[in-house]
Design a protein around this ligand. Structure first.
Ligand SMILES: *Cc1c(COP(=O)(O)O)cnc(C)c1O
Length: 377
C-alpha cells in the first residue's frame, strides 16, 4: 500500500486538473491578474457560504487576523484573549497590531477555548476575544457572544481551519464581529499558494479592511487615509478556489464520514482518547486529533507502517520562546499543556480510501494490544 499522508492537496488537484488548468489559462488570456472579477465573485461566494453580508479577500489567514483586529480598533495597550492551543499565527497577529495576547485555558475534550477560563481573564484593558475553531470544530460561540455583550468586547473568529463547519446550524464565519479564513494549500479549502478572507456583517469593518489591505487608500485614488499594507488575493488563486469550493461540502462530508468511522472503531482502545464533539456542532475535521500518553512513540510506530501522523501542537503558545516576555510559565495553563503533550493527528483528508483507513485502524488496534506504557488517564 502507498504511504498514507496526513494531507494530500495534490489528490485534490488530480480530481480537478482539467478545470483548474483551463481556468488558469482563461485568467492569463484575459490579462487581469489582480483585483478583477474572479476575486469579487469568489468573495461573494464565500459571503453566501458563511451567510454574511461582506467578505473581503486578503493575502493569507494571518493577514486576515491582523486586518480584523485593526478594523476593530485593537492596538497598543489592549488585551486580546485567545487560546494557547492553536497555530502560532493567532497570537502573532495580536502582537503585530501592538496588543497583548492573554491566554486562557482550553476544554480538554473539545480542545477549544473555555468560556469560563476566558471570563476569569477579562480586565478593563480587554478589547477582544479570538475563539479558534480548532481542528475544524466550532468553539462555544453562544458563551463567547454572551461574554462579548456583557463586557463590550469584539469577537473575532479564527476560522482558518473550519470553513464549512456549523455551530447550532449556523455557519462559522458569521458568529462574531468578524471571522478569519485561510486558503493555505492544506486547509479544507486550499489554494495553490497563500490566500485569505475576512467575513463580517458589519459594513464599517468590511470597508476598513478593504482600505487597510490596499495601502490605506480610500475612494480617491492615490490619497491615503491610513497607513495600511498590501494584502491581496490574486485572480489565479481566486479562480482556482472558486472551482475547489464546489467540492467543499462533499470533501468535508468525506472527512466527517472518516472521522465517524475512526470514532466507532477506535472507541474501545484503552490507550487512545478520541476527539469529542457535541451533537449540535458540525465539525469539519481539518484534523482528527486523538490523545495518547506517548504520542511521539505512537507517531514513530505509524510512520514505520507507512502512515503519516503529526503532533498538533506540541508546544502551547504561552510557552513559546517568542512569547517569553509575557511571563507565562509551565503549569499556568495545565489543560493546554497536558493536551499538547498528548495530542496526535491521524490522517483524515478526503482522499483516504476506506481500505486505507481500515489499515490505519488495524495498526492502531495492534499497537494498543502491545502498548505496555499504560495511559496516564
Ligand atoms: C493556518 C492558520 C492560520 C494562518 O493562516 P495562513 O493563511 O497560513 O496565514 C491562523 N490560524 C489558524 C488556526 C490556522 O490554522
Amino acid at each position: 500500500m502507498n504511504r498514507i499522508p496526513l494531507f494530500d492537496p495534490q489528490a485534490e488537484y488530480r480530481a480537478l486538473t482539467e478545470r483548474i488548468r483551463e481556468s488558469i489559462a482563461d485568467v492569463l488570456d484575459k490579462g487581469v491578474y489582480v483585483g478583477g472579477t474572479e476575486v469579487r465573485n469568489f468573495e461573494n461566494e464565500i459571503a453566501r457560504l458563511v451567510q454574511t453580508r461582506y467578505a473581503v479577500s486578503t493575502a493569507n489567514g494571518t493577514d486576515s487576523l491582523i486586518l480584523a483586529l485593526m478594523a476593530c480598533g485593537v492596538g497598543t495597550g489592549d488585551e486580546v484573549i485567545t487560546s494557547p492551543f492553536t497555530f502560532f499565527a493567532t497570537a502573532e497577529a495580536i502582537v503585530r497590531v501592538g496588543a497583548t495576547p492573554v491566554f486562557a485555558d482550553i476544554d480538554e475534550r473539545t480542545y477549544n477555548l473555555s468560556p469560563s477560563k476566558v471570563e476569569a481573564k477579562v480586565t478593563n484593558r480587554t478589547k477582544a476575544i479570538i475563539p479558534v475553531h480548532i481542528f475544524g470544530q466550532p468553539a462555544d460561540m453562544d458563551a463567547f457572544s454572551e461574554l462579548a455583550a456583557r463586557y463590550s468586547l469584539y469577537i473575532i473568529e479564527d476560522a482558518c481551519q473550519a470553513i464549512g463547519a456549523t455551530y447550532k446550524g449556523k455557519p462559522v464565519g458569521s458568529l462574531g464581529h468578524a471571522a478569519c479564513i485561510s486558503f493555505y494549500p492544506t486547509k479544507n479549502l486550499g489554494g495553490y499558494g497563500d490566500g485569505g478572507m475576512v467575513t463580517t456583517n458589519d459594513e464599517a469593518i468590511a470597508e476598513r479592511i478593504r482600505v487597510l489591505a490596499f495601502h490605506g487608500m480610500g475612494k480617491r485614488k492615490y490619497y491615503h487615509e491610513a497607513v495600511g499594507f498590501n494584502s491581496r488575493l490574486d485572480e489565479i488563486q481566486a479562480v482556482m478556489l472558486r472551482i475547489k469550493m464546489q467540492k467543499l461540502a462533499a470533501w468535508n462530508g468525506r472527512r466527517q464520514q472518516l472521522a465517524e468511522q475512526y470514532t466507532n472503531q477506535l472507541s474501545h482502545l484503552g490507550n487512545l482518547t478520541l476527539p469529542y464533539c457535541d451533537a449540535d456542532i458540525g465539525h469539519v475535521y481539518h484534523l482528527y486529533v486523538v490523545q495518547n500518553a506517548d504520542p511521539a512513540r505512537l507517531m514513530l510506530h505509524l510512520e514505520q507502517k507507512g502512515i503519516s501522523a503529526a503532533r498538533y501542537y506540541p508546544c502551547p503558545l504561552h510557552l513559546q520562546q517568542a512569547m517569553n516576555s509575557l511571563g507565562y510559565k509551565e503549569g499556568d495553563l495545565p489543560v493546554s499543556e497536558r493536551v499538547a503533550r498528548r495530542a496526535l493527528a491521524l490522517p483524515v483528508h478526503p482522499f483516504i480510501t476506506d481500505e486505507q483507513q481500515q489499515y490505519v485502524i488495524e495498526q492502531l488496534v495492534k499497537y494498543n494490544q502491545n502498548d505496555k506504557g499504560a495511559d496516564d488517564l
